[in-house]
Design a protein around this ligand. Sequence first.
Ligand code: SF4
Length: 150
Amino acid sequence: MIIVSACLTGIKCKYSGGHNLVESIYKLVQDGRAVPVCPEELGGLPTPRNPAEIIGGAGADVLSGKARVVDCAGQDVTEEFIIGARKVLELARRVGAVRAILKERSPSCGCSMIYDGSFQQKKRPGAGVTTALLRLNGIEVRSEEELGKT
Ligand code: SF4
């Protein structure tokens, strides 16, 4: 079983109320091979919601208390992001998932790039909060952009 970002399966859980459908990932769910999750909704945030970015580091820094997640209105949503990540990990364990495919550049689901906290569309290398927690617990996480690559 594979954990996948819910927005990649066409579920409208993006901060804007939209989705990021990738047909091949939707098919994994249809075939009973993947479970869709949205860590930000699992953390209690509404949809739509203000976009958020990690300030002062990447996902692992948020987990260790060195960085925060803040939305574009200045509201600190670190706690919600951490709760959501923990719920995804719990679910992964429950279904026996050892792999995940998550949405690149999201502050929760990003795999190798995230936005840099300036809210100016600038990116920096690093993973999101959920990706970092899954990797710390031995789950292999790749982005939808790496699908089909070796
Ligand atoms: S938190 Fe992850 S699953 Fe939810 S909308 Fe953002 S990228 Fe998609």
